[in-house]
Design a protein around this ligand. Sequence first.
Ligand SMILES: [Zn+2]
Length: 264
Amino acid sequence: MDRHVAEEADDGYVILWDGWLSLFDLGIRKHALGYAPALVDRIKRYKPECEQDVADLLRHGGVDPGQVDTIIYSHIHFDHIGDPERIPTARIVLGAEGKVLLQDAYPVNPESRYLAFRAGREVVYIDFDAQSDALNKFFGPFDRVFDYHGDGSLYLIDGPGHLQGHMLVAARVAPNVFVLLSGDACHSRECYASGRAVSKEFEAHWSLAQETARRLYQVHKALDNVVIILAHERERETEMPLFPSELNVWAVEEVEKRKQRKTQ
Ligand SMILES: [Zn+2]
Protein backbone atom coordinates (compact mmCIF):
# COMPACT_ATOMS: atom_id res chain seq x y z
CA MET A 1 0.00 0.00 0.00
CA ASP A 2 1.48 3.29 -1.02
CA ARG A 3 0.29 5.03 2.05
CA HIS A 4 2.43 6.33 4.85
CA VAL A 5 1.73 8.57 7.75
CA ALA A 6 4.43 10.27 9.73
CA GLU A 7 4.47 12.86 12.46
CA GLU A 8 7.17 15.31 13.32
CA ALA A 9 7.53 16.86 16.75
CA ASP A 10 7.09 20.56 17.54
CA ASP A 11 3.39 21.19 17.82
CA GLY A 12 2.08 18.60 15.53
CA TYR A 13 2.49 18.79 11.87
CA VAL A 14 1.76 15.49 10.34
CA ILE A 15 2.53 14.13 6.95
CA LEU A 16 0.15 11.99 4.99
CA TRP A 17 1.34 10.21 1.94
CA ASP A 18 -1.25 8.62 -0.25
CA GLY A 19 0.17 8.51 -3.72
CA TRP A 20 0.47 12.24 -3.41
CA LEU A 21 1.86 14.14 -0.50
CA SER A 22 -0.28 16.08 1.94
CA LEU A 23 0.62 17.86 5.13
CA PHE A 24 -1.71 18.30 8.07
CA ASP A 25 -0.70 21.54 9.77
CA LEU A 26 2.75 23.12 9.48
CA GLY A 27 3.56 23.82 13.13
CA ILE A 28 5.43 27.02 13.99
CA ARG A 29 7.19 29.34 11.55
CA LYS A 30 10.95 29.03 11.48
CA HIS A 31 12.48 30.85 14.49
CA ALA A 32 8.88 31.95 15.19
CA LEU A 33 9.43 34.94 12.90
CA GLY A 34 7.18 36.58 10.32
CA TYR A 35 3.81 36.53 12.09
CA ALA A 36 1.29 39.37 11.97
CA PRO A 37 2.50 42.29 14.15
CA ALA A 38 -0.57 42.02 16.40
CA LEU A 39 0.59 38.56 17.47
CA VAL A 40 4.28 39.20 18.05
CA ASP A 41 4.15 40.09 21.75
CA ARG A 42 1.79 37.24 22.51
CA ILE A 43 4.05 34.73 20.73
CA LYS A 44 7.09 35.99 22.64
CA ARG A 45 5.36 35.01 25.89
CA TYR A 46 5.26 31.39 24.72
CA LYS A 47 8.98 31.48 23.86
CA PRO A 48 8.58 29.02 20.97
CA GLU A 49 11.70 27.48 19.52
CA CYS A 50 11.73 26.30 15.97
CA GLU A 51 15.20 25.81 14.52
CA GLN A 52 13.86 23.72 11.66
CA ASP A 53 10.43 24.13 10.20
CA VAL A 54 8.47 21.56 8.28
CA ALA A 55 10.14 22.43 4.95
CA ASP A 56 13.58 21.82 6.51
CA LEU A 57 12.43 18.53 8.01
CA LEU A 58 11.00 17.37 4.71
CA ARG A 59 14.33 18.07 2.98
CA HIS A 60 16.29 16.28 5.70
CA GLY A 61 13.95 13.32 5.22
CA GLY A 62 14.64 13.29 1.50
CA VAL A 63 11.43 14.98 0.37
CA ASP A 64 11.41 18.13 -1.76
CA PRO A 65 8.77 20.56 -0.39
CA GLY A 66 7.86 21.23 -4.02
CA GLN A 67 6.43 17.70 -4.14
CA VAL A 68 3.73 18.55 -1.60
CA ASP A 69 0.33 18.69 -3.25
CA THR A 70 -1.85 19.77 -0.36
CA ILE A 71 -1.65 21.48 3.02
CA ILE A 72 -4.68 20.63 5.15
CA TYR A 73 -5.09 22.93 8.12
CA SER A 74 -6.85 21.85 11.29
CA HIS A 75 -7.17 25.59 11.99
CA ILE A 76 -5.07 28.71 11.58
CA HIS A 77 -3.67 29.43 15.04
CA PHE A 78 -0.01 30.49 14.86
CA ASP A 79 1.35 27.15 16.08
CA HIS A 80 -0.44 25.25 13.33
CA ILE A 81 -0.33 27.52 10.29
CA GLY A 82 3.46 27.77 9.98
CA ASP A 83 4.69 29.45 6.81
CA PRO A 84 2.81 28.16 3.78
CA GLU A 85 5.18 30.06 1.50
CA ARG A 86 7.86 27.52 2.44
CA ILE A 87 5.61 25.00 0.66
CA PRO A 88 4.73 27.41 -2.14
CA THR A 89 3.06 25.22 -4.74
CA ALA A 90 0.71 23.23 -2.50
CA ARG A 91 -3.05 23.73 -2.51
CA ILE A 92 -4.38 24.85 0.89
CA VAL A 93 -7.43 23.14 2.39
CA LEU A 94 -9.29 24.83 5.23
CA GLY A 95 -12.66 24.49 6.97
CA ALA A 96 -15.08 26.94 5.34
CA GLU A 97 -15.95 28.64 8.63
CA GLY A 98 -12.31 29.72 8.89
CA LYS A 99 -12.73 31.97 5.87
CA VAL A 100 -14.13 34.78 8.00
CA LEU A 101 -10.82 35.01 9.92
CA LEU A 102 -8.98 35.69 6.68
CA GLN A 103 -11.35 38.24 5.20
CA ASP A 104 -9.53 41.16 6.76
CA ALA A 105 -6.24 39.43 7.55
CA TYR A 106 -3.01 41.42 7.87
CA PRO A 107 -2.01 43.63 6.07
CA VAL A 108 -5.57 44.68 5.07
CA ASN A 109 -6.35 45.01 8.79
CA PRO A 110 -3.13 45.96 10.65
CA GLU A 111 -4.71 44.68 13.90
CA SER A 112 -5.49 41.21 12.59
CA ARG A 113 -3.71 38.25 14.18
CA TYR A 114 -3.86 36.35 10.90
CA LEU A 115 -1.67 36.73 7.82
CA ALA A 116 -3.35 36.80 4.44
CA PHE A 117 -2.36 34.06 2.05
CA ARG A 118 -0.43 35.24 -1.00
CA ALA A 119 -2.67 36.57 -3.77
CA GLY A 120 -3.32 33.81 -6.26
CA ARG A 121 -2.69 31.04 -3.75
CA GLU A 122 -5.11 28.16 -4.31
CA VAL A 123 -7.29 27.76 -1.21
CA VAL A 124 -10.08 25.18 -1.06
CA TYR A 125 -12.67 25.71 1.67
CA ILE A 126 -14.41 22.60 2.91
CA ASP A 127 -18.10 23.34 3.42
CA PHE A 128 -19.59 20.35 5.22
CA ASP A 129 -23.12 21.60 4.49
CA ALA A 130 -22.50 21.60 0.74
CA GLN A 131 -20.93 18.17 0.23
CA SER A 132 -22.84 15.62 -1.80
CA ASP A 133 -24.50 12.83 0.17
CA ALA A 134 -22.22 10.30 -1.52
CA LEU A 135 -19.14 11.89 0.05
CA ASN A 136 -20.70 12.80 3.38
CA LYS A 137 -19.94 9.99 5.81
CA PHE A 138 -19.92 9.17 9.50
CA PHE A 139 -16.77 8.56 11.50
CA GLY A 140 -17.94 7.07 14.78
CA PRO A 141 -19.93 9.81 16.54
CA PHE A 142 -18.79 12.51 14.09
CA ASP A 143 -21.53 13.07 11.52
CA ARG A 144 -20.06 15.85 9.36
CA VAL A 145 -17.32 14.00 7.57
CA PHE A 146 -15.97 14.51 4.05
CA ASP A 147 -14.43 11.56 2.21
CA TYR A 148 -11.62 13.64 0.69
CA HIS A 149 -10.39 11.22 -1.95
CA GLY A 150 -13.72 9.45 -2.36
CA ASP A 151 -12.10 6.09 -1.52
CA GLY A 152 -12.28 6.04 2.28
CA SER A 153 -8.55 6.67 2.72
CA LEU A 154 -8.76 10.14 4.22
CA TYR A 155 -11.66 11.74 6.06
CA LEU A 156 -11.88 15.43 6.88
CA ILE A 157 -14.02 15.78 10.01
CA ASP A 158 -15.87 18.87 11.18
CA GLY A 159 -14.72 19.50 14.74
CA PRO A 160 -16.05 22.94 15.67
CA GLY A 161 -15.48 25.04 18.75
CA HIS A 162 -11.74 25.58 19.17
CA LEU A 163 -11.51 28.06 16.30
CA GLN A 164 -13.72 28.76 13.29
CA GLY A 165 -13.30 26.03 10.68
CA HIS A 166 -11.51 23.57 12.98
CA MET A 167 -11.18 20.12 11.39
CA LEU A 168 -9.80 16.74 12.38
CA VAL A 169 -8.41 14.21 9.92
CA ALA A 170 -8.75 10.42 9.98
CA ALA A 171 -6.21 8.60 7.81
CA ARG A 172 -6.59 4.91 7.04
CA VAL A 173 -3.21 3.22 7.63
CA ALA A 174 -4.34 -0.40 7.28
CA PRO A 175 -7.57 -1.95 5.93
CA ASN A 176 -9.34 -1.42 9.26
CA VAL A 177 -7.02 0.87 11.23
CA PHE A 178 -7.09 4.66 11.36
CA VAL A 179 -5.05 7.37 12.96
CA LEU A 180 -7.23 10.27 14.04
CA LEU A 181 -5.25 13.51 13.93
CA SER A 182 -7.23 15.71 16.22
CA GLY A 183 -5.66 19.14 15.92
CA ASP A 184 -6.67 21.14 18.98
CA ALA A 185 -9.99 19.39 19.60
CA CYS A 186 -8.32 18.57 22.93
CA HIS A 187 -5.02 19.93 24.22
CA SER A 188 -4.01 16.97 26.35
CA ARG A 189 -4.69 13.26 26.59
CA GLU A 190 -6.45 13.67 29.95
CA CYS A 191 -9.01 15.88 28.26
CA TYR A 192 -10.53 13.14 26.16
CA ALA A 193 -9.42 10.08 28.15
CA SER A 194 -11.31 11.21 31.23
CA GLY A 195 -14.18 12.86 29.43
CA ARG A 196 -13.24 16.07 31.23
CA ALA A 197 -14.21 19.19 29.35
CA VAL A 198 -11.76 21.28 27.41
CA SER A 199 -10.34 24.42 28.96
CA LYS A 200 -12.52 27.47 28.45
CA GLU A 201 -9.68 29.92 27.88
CA PHE A 202 -8.56 28.19 24.69
CA GLU A 203 -11.89 27.85 22.92
CA ALA A 204 -13.61 30.27 20.55
CA HIS A 205 -17.00 28.62 21.13
CA TRP A 206 -17.20 26.86 24.47
CA SER A 207 -20.24 24.61 24.06
CA LEU A 208 -19.25 23.49 20.54
CA ALA A 209 -15.72 22.73 21.77
CA GLN A 210 -17.16 20.66 24.60
CA GLU A 211 -19.30 18.71 22.16
CA THR A 212 -16.32 18.02 19.87
CA ALA A 213 -14.26 16.84 22.87
CA ARG A 214 -17.16 14.64 23.97
CA ARG A 215 -17.24 12.97 20.55
CA LEU A 216 -13.49 12.44 20.68
CA TYR A 217 -14.01 10.73 24.02
CA GLN A 218 -16.63 8.48 22.42
CA VAL A 219 -14.13 7.49 19.72
CA HIS A 220 -11.60 6.70 22.42
CA LYS A 221 -14.10 4.56 24.35
CA ALA A 222 -15.86 2.80 21.48
CA LEU A 223 -13.60 2.51 18.44
CA ASP A 224 -10.79 0.04 19.08
CA ASN A 225 -9.36 0.50 15.58
CA VAL A 226 -8.60 4.20 15.92
CA VAL A 227 -5.38 5.67 17.34
CA ILE A 228 -5.93 9.27 18.46
CA ILE A 229 -3.04 11.72 18.14
CA LEU A 230 -3.49 15.22 19.53
CA ALA A 231 -1.39 18.08 18.18
CA HIS A 232 0.01 18.92 21.62
CA GLU A 233 0.17 15.41 23.06
CA ARG A 234 3.74 15.44 24.35
CA GLU A 235 3.67 11.76 25.28
CA ARG A 236 3.48 10.86 21.61
CA GLU A 237 6.87 12.40 20.85
CA THR A 238 8.59 9.54 22.63
CA GLU A 239 5.94 6.87 22.06
CA MET A 240 5.73 6.97 18.31
CA PRO A 241 8.13 7.03 15.38
CA LEU A 242 8.74 10.47 13.88
CA PHE A 243 9.30 11.48 10.27
CA PRO A 244 10.87 10.13 8.12
CA SER A 245 9.85 6.91 9.89
CA GLU A 246 6.29 5.77 9.25
CA LEU A 247 3.45 5.49 11.71
CA ASN A 248 1.56 2.73 9.97
CA VAL A 249 3.09 -0.33 11.64
CA TRP A 250 3.19 1.40 15.03
CA ALA A 251 -0.51 2.33 14.75
CA VAL A 252 -1.50 -1.24 13.88
CA GLU A 253 0.51 -2.49 16.88
CA GLU A 254 -1.21 0.05 19.15
CA VAL A 255 -4.59 -1.27 18.03
CA GLU A 256 -3.51 -4.88 18.65
CA LYS A 257 -2.21 -4.01 22.12
CA ARG A 258 -5.48 -2.37 23.03
CA LYS A 259 -7.50 -5.37 21.88
CA GLN A 260 -5.27 -7.68 23.93
CA ARG A 261 -5.70 -5.54 27.05
CA LYS A 262 -9.48 -5.78 26.65
CA THR A 263 -9.44 -9.57 26.44
CA GLN A 264 -7.15 -10.03 29.47
ZN1 LIG B 1 -5.32 26.13 18.39
